[in-house]
Design a binder for this molecule. Structure first.
Ligand SMILES: [Zn+2]
Length: 451
């Protein structure tokens, strides 16, 4: 156990001895917010180019009210102090492409299909609760969850339970069912006489497209997720091909409707015609974007389109190298890295995404940072992709993804220096969300500045 953990454990023990607080035992008389001070040797604030050293982060309630140097004038006498010693403090991380309703399904255990065919909704919800906690304990205090894969509006309920303090989890932006077209999403490959559930809401034509967006927005979607490509394979020349799905007219109906609600549209798009339609139809963010041409990069810059690459997931679960699927798997990873580097150099707006759930939640979400650095980001750029840049994508600049006065008190601490070794972000040792320290042992957030 590290020194950091001893400090946290001590604080939690002291606080819980004072009073019990939790979903089943709410405080009856809310006390005035008390001041909490986090001390750290190093702070990466999510926006600045360089870290600050020997800082005191002053928190009242669920907000940061000041960031001071260690030798600042005296703090309020009643302030509680958490000294994180040699750790590096950062804003709570933001993953803008997750799937809490996917579990990195094992092919031997039935793969993707078994979830829709055999798992009760309650079972999938229970696993999603664990995934949400897993995000938080790894330091991801905000996620944009990119559809439930046949689990209906389950993400709306999980988000509500988190916001009400019933279960631990990150701040969530949810996209509910997602939208694709006939022939554009699993389940597939069964006897044509059967009518089977789909992992996405299927539409054909602009009228159905607009109606699906309306339904999803009405029932709680914060973003609309659209699948602009589906299957992928290699052509005779070995080039990656992906099947386009929605037409530009169908997509434009969704974008128009969604923008009218003040919300945005995220488009899964690999390459080629489907990616081009995604840009021409006005998508706000391109998800994955495995292979983006120079002309498409120029169009993204002109339109202000966000790019949410998901590098690491394409290095997992490769089929054998001598098979068609295996060659396709390797090609996808290869072209993705090239596109990432080109977009970065061109100045496309990029935010951190992982597709976790596409791989198991037991794996470190932060492994994506190492891929970002491998393909050209500086460690500081990689950190900002998951802090201030991701916050900008979510329309929450200054509120999350930054350690500064006025922001929510979402903080993490890691041992060592992530600018020297980005992989330390896989070893988050301290998590605070909304001014409350998350304690991984019993899952019940109990220490806050309000104690
Ligand atoms: Zn995804």
């Amino acid at each position: 156990m590290t020194r950091l953990f001893w400090l946290c454990a001590c604080l939690i023990a002291c606080a819980s001895a004072g009073r019990a607080q939790g979903p089943g035992n709410p405080a009856t008389e809310p006390a005035a917010p008390r001041t909490l001070v986090i001390r750290a040797r190093s702070l990466i604030d999510g926006i600045s180019d360089k870290p600050r050293h020997n800082v005191q982060i002053v928190i009242r309630g669920n907000r940061i009210v000041d960031v001071l140097s260690a030798n600042s004038p005296a703090l309020p006498a009643e302030a509680r102090v958490i000294d994180l010693g040699p750790a590096t403090v950062l804003p709570g991380l933001i993953d803008t492409h997750t799937h809490i309703f996917l579990q990195g399904e094992d092919a031997a255990a039935g793969g993707y299909d078994v979830q829709l065919l055999k798992y009760p909704a309650s079972y999938r919800a229970a696993r999603a609760v664990i995934a949400a906690r897993r995000a938080l304990e790894q330091g991801f205090t905000s996620i944009r969850d990119m559809e439930t894969e046949g689990a209906g509006y389950g993400d709306v309920g999980i988000k509500r339970a988190i916001n009400e303090g019933l279960i631990p989890g990150p701040r969530m932006w949810v996209s509910t069912l997602s939208i694709s077209t006939t022939g554009g999403y699993p389940l597939e490959g069964y006897a044509p006489e059967l009518t089977l559930p789909k992992g996405s809401q299927i539409i054909d034509g602009p009228i159905e497209a607009r109606k699906a967006a309306r339904e999803q927005l009405d029932k709680g979607a914060d973003w609309i997720k659209v699948y602009m490509t589906h299957r992928s394979w290699l052509d005779a020349q070995g080039a990656l091909v992906s099947q386009p799905t929605l037409t530009v007219e169908e997509l434009k109906a969704i974008v128009d409707e969604t923008h009218g609600w003040g919300k945005k549209v995220a488009c899964h798009a690999y390459n080629g015609l489907g990616l081009q339609r995604a840009l021409d139809g006005g998508c706000d963010s391109i998800e994955h974007g495995l292979e983006i041409t120079d002309a498409q990069i120029a169009q993204m810059i002109k339109q202000g389109t966000w790019y949410v690459p998901t590098l690491q997931v394409y290095y997992t679960d490769w089929d054998p190298a001598d098979t068609d699927a295996g060659k396709r798997d390797r090609k996808r990873a290869a072209v993705h890295g090239v596109s990432f580097t080109k977009a970065l150099r061109a100045g496309v707006k990029m935010a951190f995404g992982t597709d976790v759930g596409g791989f198991k939640w037991s794996e470190p979400i932060a492994q994506e940072f190492e891929r970002e650095v491998e393909f050209g980001m500086t460690p500081m750029q990689a950190i900002q992709s998951a802090t201030s840049r991701a916050a900008e994508l979510l329309g929450k600049r200054g509120e999350i993804g930054v350690v500064a006065a006025g922001a929510y008190a979402d903080l993490i601490a890691v041992p060592g220096d992530p600018l020297a070794d980005i992989s330390v972000l896989k070893s988050v040792q301290f998590v605070m969300k909304d001014g409350v320290v998350f304690e991984p042992q019993d899952h019940a957030p109990r220490v806050s500045s309000q104690d």
